[in-house]
Write a protein that binds this ligand. Structure first.
Ligand SMILES: Cc1ncc(COP(=O)(O)O)c(C=O)c1O
Length: 456
């Protein structure tokens, strides 16, 4: 095994295809999405309202590999392949026999993994003749990626940003506007959904589900616009598999292989992106690997949600997906990991957890910031609040190795940097950051709103 701490691939060694997990998934095919109008499986014609044909193909595909278009690969080359690091200094600090690796996505122009899918979605929408993109964003990372991707392809961009994040991170808005996008705090008075929510609760901090509804309503009024989404959908998870495919090659350069892979989980895209290529190897008879999804206690979708058909958006405008859900009316407490405040999760992640291929764990906000600061002080990179969830569990696993006296290879996804999140770090250091856990009755009320779907 080498003693190098950074494993890089040349642009020429970058993957040319995305990896599609449904090709290797054992058992029943993935449950189809349902139309909100008919309650029946969504038809291609219905999907075509929101997605260009190539994205529909990808959403439904069971091919193992899907070629990455040349113009998308050219743009990926601006920052990809992303580095894989061995965290020697963190290992020393923890006094652990574990070998800790992380795949860093924060070197992307907007600071996270999100442009990995923003760019192809903008590309396909441009090919379909759209002139602009509409979307929602939680923490602002996806909104920034959409703004940038739209700029690359000469498209306009309108982004509904969850209000609490808009207030916590004014410079995310400034970044989006600099790329040429319009950014609106959600809920807003711009849409009927937003107005209805504000009439009931003028101080509503917003949620991803509400922002999705506002984006969908806006998009529906202008056929020249394309609706793009930052997580959860099969094709979004597919685009992110560039991460894990690179990591597979880089682990080979490190002459090692992960025993455990950890990722933070909002809609599930960075987690899927890192883990699915390794899971595919396992399902095809390769080495088994433990996969761990980490979510905030404040929004315990995988650890306390129900597996059911539910809407991805609060206003019930979009399709229903079979997934772990807390209920589409659930508004999570305003924790700083805005990108993890999602009531539902990508159906493919849900299925991996349901089938026992992936574990799920919920962690506290302060525990995550403690891990993030420790990581920053040893490895130098200031992690995004979302990414600190993966670091928390990677550290816990490494400490377990110390207790058990075993050396395991732990790979985690460092999905983004936290340079726009310094207010949160300030609060943590000042001791004013709290651990928000939704009360049982709040979860029960939201769960009661999950629709009854016959045969689900
Ligand atoms: C840095 C970062 N990591 C993780 C996430 C969670 O999203 P996903 O689960 O789709 O990777 C986000 C979402 O905004 C993010 O900004």
């Amino acid at each position: 095994m080498t003693t190098r701490s950074r494993f890089l691939l040349d642009a020429g060694d970058a993957p040319t295809h995305w990896y599609n997990l449904p090709a290797d998934l054992p058992g029943e095919p993935l449950a189809p999405a349902l139309s909100p109008e008919t309650g029946q499986p969504l038809t291609r014609a219905e999907m075509a309202h929101t997605m260009p044909e190539p994205l529909i193909d990808q959403e439904l595909s069971t091919d193992r590999e899907i070629e990455i278009p040349e113009p998308v690969r050219r743009l990926y080359e601006l920052w990809r392949p992303s580095p894989l690091h061995r965290a020697y200094r963190l290992e020393q600090e923890l006094d652990t026999p574990a070998r800790i690796y992380y795949k860093y996505e924060g070197g992307a122009p907007t600071g996270s993994h999100k442009p990995n899918t923003g760019i192809p979605q903008a590309y396909y929408n441009k090919l379909a003749g759209k002139t602009g993109l509409v979307t929602e964003t939680g923490a602002g990372q996806w909104g920034s990626a959409t703004a940038l991707s739209a700029a690359f392809f000469g498209l306009t961009a309108k982004v509904y940003m969850v209000k609490v994040s808009y207030q916590q991170k004014p410079y995310r808005r400034a970044l989006m506007e600099t790329y040429g996008a319009v950014c609106i705090p959600s809920p807003s008075v711009e849409t009927a959904v937003g107005r209805a929510i504000l009439a009931e609760d003028p101080d509503c901090p917003g949620s991803l589900g509400i922002a999705v509804s506002e984006a969908l309503e806006t998009f529906a009024q202008d056929p020249g616009q394309g609706y793009v989404l930052g997580s959860a959908a099969n094709h979004v998870l597919l685009h992110q598999t560039i991460i894990g495919q690179e990591a597979l090659r880089q682990m080979a350069l490190a002459e090692d292989y992960p025993d455990v892979i950890v990722g933070c989980s909002g809609g599930g895209s960075n987690l899927a992106g890192l883990t699915f290529p390794f899971l595919g190897e396992q399902l095809r008879g390769g080495r088994p690997v433990r996969l761990i999804a980490v979510e905030p206690e404040a929004c315990p979708t995988l650890t306390q949600g129900t597996i059911a058909y539910d809407y991805a958006d609060t206003g019930r405008l979009g399709p229903l997906f079979r997934m772990h859900t807390l209920g589409h009316q659930f508004v999570p407490p305003p924790v700083h990991a805005g990108g993890l405040r999602a009531h539902g999760i990508g159906p493919l992640i849900s299925r991996a957890v349901e089938d026992g291929l992936m574990e799920a764990r919920a962690v506290s906000q302060t525990g995550c910031f403690e891990a993030g600061v420790r990581f920053a002080r040893t490895e130098g990179i200031l992690p995004a609040p979302e990414s600190t969830h993966a670091i928390r569990v990677a550290i816990d696993e490494a400490l377990r190795c110390r207790e058990e006296g075993v050396s395991r290879a732990i790979l985690f996804g460092l999905s983004g940097h936290g340079h726009f999140d310094l207010v949160a770090y300030d609060k943590y250091r000042a001791g004013t950051l709290t651990d928000e856990v939704p009360a049982g009755e709040v979860l029960a009320r939201a769960a009661a709103g999950i629709p009854e779907v016959v045969g689900a």
